[in-house]
Design a protein around this ligand. Structure first.
Ligand code: 26V
Length: 823
């Protein structure tokens, strides 16, 4: 029945083919006789893009006409992955394309694979933003994303001799999914000075004269909803020199080189995505990116509001702006500046509007990830904004002082300005003070921010300002697209594909948990997905793995808190155990493939050491004839969204083993379970809610709890700290040179043994190893294992990003979906 409500697609496969041929012959100016896969990809994308554009325009018109409240999602990262497959599925015409392409002599999978990932993000935070865009469009919310159009996305990772090497990701060569809007551009100011003047009424006015202007040019990306005509917009800003191609003044006066240099400096702003995840370095270019993007986006939002000719006080009834972490916090200051300096509002009236407009999502409690910018840098780059920040802080501290008189300690703890050697602006505090809601991304995480890093603010503002919205993932990409056979099997038992729009309908499959035929097909699909991954492993890493072995996967950014080092130590422990057995005893062991993937930040020395150890262990173990298929260790190069779509559906067990209290949510944990894989994990982030939903018999939890971490760390520093005996044997083997030059891995060992084991690797190691033994045991009983998998999938309905977006819409944005014409 929903076919009526979707993007008007091609009439049939012939209609599709005609469009592809037309694009090959006209847009691409090629002949069908030399149409290779790359040209077929281009033409196919252009054909689908044409279908989207019409609905995209209609959606924008509908939203303008309805004149209802819009939400703007400000994120420096959108980890979109590929667009073509997603567009075909959301429009509901992948079948048409498949048979049309077959007629033209192509396999649809080969065509899909031609596309370069749009990798404008680091990891979980950026992928969450992409899932949110999919849900916002699928649920018909009037919503825009705003971000930066980086020329280089996250670097490509190559593994050379076991080491990570970074290669630039130039992805814009041919991108049919973006539309340059050269007519939509904004001049953004930097540096300069502030003058004050007094008018006839004695009121002072601030005027900021910028010292440098950079032009922001809009590039729009259509975001198709699933089974709906709604097609939303993602607007990405690209930086350009303000005076056009060249500064003709300089050009004419013979200063050609310096005019080129000016141009390049301007273009540098949107040149590259910062590749650190969870580490803030306070670089000037990074804050320039932030202000550039925030200023352009707010100008655009305000311009759109002004067209409605409403009074300013109605702004929060028309506009909700969500801050994805503190990266866009300057938007709070910029809106206040626009209202008081440019629009002439009084401070209090303006501030009221600002606070009611913004919501702030926190994504980490790691202190090294919390943004702080030096006051000096601000003074230089954004002098007027610094004044406004000081005023915001002054009024806020006065409010605190009135409510808590004579508590100087409290005042200095919550001040937006940190009075340290180098004075710093604490961006998270500014975001809290300037927003009406602050949310964490999983229950434990939201509790932690309320009781630790932001506890003073809970006291000041009351508990209602702080809330939880547990993350979710889009079932369109992470089930239907990544695992089409499983999606079909579920549809056959759940009355069709309705679960892709209401994921709680997955519960219908629990009725079939004992259905022989269903279970058989379930197992066959998992096996086929493993065969596909095995093929990829062979091609990319050169390792032959047995698809019948247990596939144990940890794919995510490499970070000490995520504890890939504990995983590889566990693998070494398994290897040593196997080696010590007789060939007869060894046969009783369950064959296992340990699969790793993930990027290290280029400057993160310890993370790079971890990658090197994983690869070195792989080289030794994979070539040990005593071991054979019993253990293989694979590091998959260049983990990204499109690789995740192959890896996740092939997992038997995946690792979500962060030190308790450090992983805010995790979202791949949800994707793995949704694809019929089980989890080994700590009581951290969303693992806790996953356990509550699927039942504790269906998950392998281990390790210390968040509430005990502080004491354990204290003991490491002041008590007797001995390394777990099994872990000590692992260290011994590394130090003997079993996996190559011991010096190469010394840092990983000293971190645990001599530097306080901050991430509790030793404390959790025993329970980790024991729990892996339970995994082996459980996997031997395939019947029970499959029951666990089916039951878990059936109970994953809660973790859809649709549920999550509905919670934001109701609890934070106060917006409603827009009815589409047919609805
Ligand atoms: C990001 C960046 C990007 C580059 C420059 C420096 C810098 C500093 C801090 C951050 C914040 C990263 C926070 C983050 O990625 N959090 C992750 O958010 C996911 C979505 O909510 C969540 O699932 C992960 O657990 C959490 O680590």
């Amino acid at each position: 029945a929903w076919t009526k409500h979707q993007v008007s697609g091609f009439k049939d496969k012939d209609g599709f083919e005609e469009e592809v041929v037309r694009h090959v012959e006209t847009t691409l100016a090629r002949s069908m006789f030399n149409c290779d896969e790359s040209a077929a990809y281009s033409a196919c994308s252009l054909a689908f893009r044409d279908r989207l554009i019409l609905e995209w325009n209609r959606t924008q018109q509908r939203q303008t006409f309805a004149d209802s409240k819009r939400v703007y999602y400000l994120s420096l990262e959108f980890l979109m992955g590929r667009a073509l497959d997603n567009a075909m599925l959301n429009i509901g015409q992948k079948d048409v394309a498949k048979s049309g392409l077959a007629d033209l002599g192509f396999r649809i999978e080969d065509i899909i694979e031609q596309e370069h990932d749009a990798a404008l993000g680091n990891g979980g935070l950026g992928r969450l933003a992409a899932c949110f865009l999919d849900s916002l469009a699928s649920l018909n919310y009037p919503a825009w994303g705003y971000g930066l159009r980086y020329r280089y996305g996250i670097f490509k990772q190559e593994i050379i001799d076991g080491y990570q090497v970074e290669v630039p990701d130039y992805w814009l060569d041919f991108n049919p999914w973006e539309f340059p809007r050269h007519d939509v551009n904004v001049d953004v100011q930097f540096y300069g000075t502030v003058h004050k003047s007094t008018d006839e009424n004695g009121k002072t006015h601030a005027h900021w004269e910028g010292g440098e202007t950079v032009k922001a040019v809009a590039y729009d990306v259509p975001i198709p909803g699933y089974a709906t005509p709604s097609t939303n917009n993602l607007r990405l800003w690209s930086s350009k020199a303000a005076s056009g191609e060249f500064d003709f003044q300089k050009f004419n006066s013979g200063d050609y080189e310096s005019s080129v240099a000016d141009q390049q400096r301007a273009e540098t702003i949107s040149a590259v995505l910062y590749p650190n995840d969870n580490l803030e370095r306070g670089k000037e270019l990074r804050i320039k990116q932030q202000y550039f993007w925030v200023a352009a986006s707010l100008y655009d939002i305000v311009r759109r509001f002004k067209k409605t000719k409403r009074a300013w006080k109605e702004f929060p009834e028309q506009v909700a702006i969500q801050l994805n972490d503190t990266h866009p916090t300057l938007a709070i200051v910029e809106l206040q500046r626009i209202l008081i300096d440019l629009e002439g509002l009084e401070w209090d009236e303006a501030w009221n509007i600002v606070v009611n407009t913004f919501g702030y999502t926190n994504h980490t409690v790691l202190p090294e990830a919390l943004e702080k910018w030096s006051v000096g840098l601000f003074q230089h780059l954004l002098p007027r904004h610094l004044q406004i920040i000081y005023d915001i802080n002054l009024f806020f501290l006065q409010q605190v002082e009135r409510a808590f008189p004579n508590d100087r300690d409290l005042l200095s703890r919550v001040s937006i300005i940190e009075e340290s050697q180098t004075k710093m602006v604490r961006m998270a505090y500014l975001a809290i003070v300037g927003s009406h809601k602050v949310n964490g991304v999983a229950e434990l995480h939201s509790d932690l921010i309320r009781t630790t890093i932001f506890k003073d603010f809970v006291l000041i503002f009351g508990p209602d300002k702080f809330t939880n919205v547990t993350n979710g993932v889009t079932p369109r990409r992470w089930l239907h697209q990544a695992n089409p056979r499983l999606s079909e099997l579920i549809a056959s038992k759940a009355d069709g594909h309705g679960f892709l729009k209401d994921l709680t309908l997955l519960n219908k499959i629990e009725l079939f948990v004992d259905d022989k035929e269903f279970r058989k097909e379930w197992a066959e699909i998992k096996y086929a997905n493993k065969v596909r991954l095995a093929k990829h492993i062979k091609e990319s890493a050169g390792v032959t793995v047995n698809p019948s072995a247990l596939f144990d996967v940890q794919v995510k950014r490499i970070h000490e808190y995520k504890r890939q080092q504990m995983n590889i130590f566990g693998v070494i422990h398994r290897y040593l155990t196997l080696k010590a057995l007789s060939p007869e005893e060894r046969k009783k062991y369950l064959p296992r493939v340990s699969i790793f993937g993930g990027k290290a930040a280029p400057g993160y020395w310890m993370a790079k050491q971890i990658i090197h150890l994983i690869n070195s262990v792989g080289t030794v173990v994979n070539n040990d004839e005593d071991i054979g298929d019993l253990l293989k260790v694979v590091f998959l190069e260049d983990y990204n969204v499109s690789k995740a779509e192959i890896i996740i559906p092939a997992s038997d067990i995946s690792e979500h083993i962060s030190t308790a209290g450090t992983e805010a949510s995790g979202t791949s944990n949800m994707k793995f379970v949704l694809n019929g894989g089980l989890i080994i994990g700590t009581c951290d982030g969303a693992n806790i809610e996953i356990t509550r939903e699927i039942g504790e018999n269906n998950i392998f939890l281990f390790g210390n709890l968040a509430e005990d971490v502080e004491d354990l760390r204290h003991n490491h520093t002041y008590g007797a700290h001995t390394v777990d005996p099994d872990l000590a044997k692992v260290f011994e083997a590394i130090e003997k040179g079993t996996f190559g030059e011991p010096q190469d891995f010394a840092g990983m060992i000293t971190a645990v043994r001599d530097h306080g084991d901050f991430y509790l690797v030793s404390d959790d190691f025993h329970s980790y190893v024991e729990t892996h033994a339970l995994v082996d045991e459980a996997y031997r009983n395939q019947e029970e294992w499959i029951t666990k998998c089916i039951t878990s999938v059936a109970r994953m309905g809660f973790f859809s990003s649709d549920r999550c977006i509905n919670e934001y819409a109701e609890g934070i944005w106060n917006i409603e979906p827009l009815r589409t014409e047919e609805a």
